[in-house]
Design a protein around this ligand. Sequence first.
Ligand SMILES: Nc1ncnc2c1ncn2[C@@H]1O[C@H](COP(=O)(O)OP(=O)(O)OP(=O)(O)O)[C@@H](O)[C@H]1O
Length: 354
Amino acid sequence: MIEVEINQRLGDFQLDVGFSGDGGVTALFGPSGSGKSSVIKIIAGLTRLASGRVVVDGTVLADGKGRHVPPYRRRIGVVFQEARLFPHLSVRNNLRYGRLFTPRDQRRVAEEPVIETLGIGHLLDRRPATLSGGEQQRVALGRAMLASPRLLLMDEPLASLDVARRLEILPLIEALRDEFGIPIVYVSHAVEEVARLAGKIVVLEAGRVARQGSPADVFRIAADRFAIMSVVEGRLGAPDDAFHLTPIETPAGIVWLNGLVRPLGRAVRVLVHATDVALATRRPEGVTIRTVLAGTVADIPDGSGPSVTVDVALQGGTRLAASVTRAAVAELGLEPGRQVFALVKSVALDERPL
Ligand SMILES: Nc1ncnc2c1ncn2[C@@H]1O[C@H](COP(=O)(O)OP(=O)(O)OP(=O)(O)O)[C@@H](O)[C@H]1O
């Protein structure tokens, strides 16, 4: 459990931010310059808190008055955009370095499972300079985990990697989140990363919290700010190796995700753009779209433009926004309560920054 309250001036920038987070991933999300990194530095203790509170698991780390626990005694791990490994140490010793500062009785995270989860066992004798960017970042994650931190801060950990490497590492962060139970505060301005990882999203704008809540709530409310999209949750099924697709099982049907994502059974979220959703009044046959979800029309807002965003309640309760033409609504006789099938063209992971 983490509680953060910051009221602080940084040069010309005023930071007034309050949020709390539970055991999972709390994402700090917002445009460049909104204050995300400044919050991370204050939680880590790298910037001294002027006024407010930083509390982790009931321990007050800073209160803006007399209390300022120094960074190395906070037991908070930090992973940055660049891996920042020690170049003169082997991977093995980089990993062990993390443990040096953790008192023996507080070492709760063992080496073996972390090395296995991150798939870095074959790299242990190598030096950082011989590793790819993605491998370096996996080692940096491992080093942070092995310090058995009570909180892990990740500041744009995937931002310097290409899309393929990001897609490799995202599931590893999901695995760390699920298997080791260390709370994570995760900074990103990539919608897709945040939606997949976070249980709670805190949206920062110009040094303030613009809104906070679950990914589904935040992205629906914020819909007018980026493309309109919905969050669909489900569990990973067995990947189709031949066609490079992974099914996500949801109560409304199977959502097909591009790429091979594991492991089987993991709870995941994907973003669906409203413009990638078409509606049919009967289950369609002979179409190339593979994701077909069953639901009913919940709402069709009034308006006069050519398109309208229909709110569909999928079986199981998830809401899905579908952008369709008003002409189609009239032709198909769509109205609240009508059973529909949502055809989802793509849930390809969205890499666009805000
Ligand atoms: N010590 C400081 N002195 C003066 N200004 C500062 C200081 N620290 C941060 N700022 C200012 O605070 C603002 C927020 O910066 P911050 O790095 O926290 O934003 P961010 O949301 O992390 O942005 P990005 O996504 O680009 O990393 C910026 O305008 C920055 O210049």
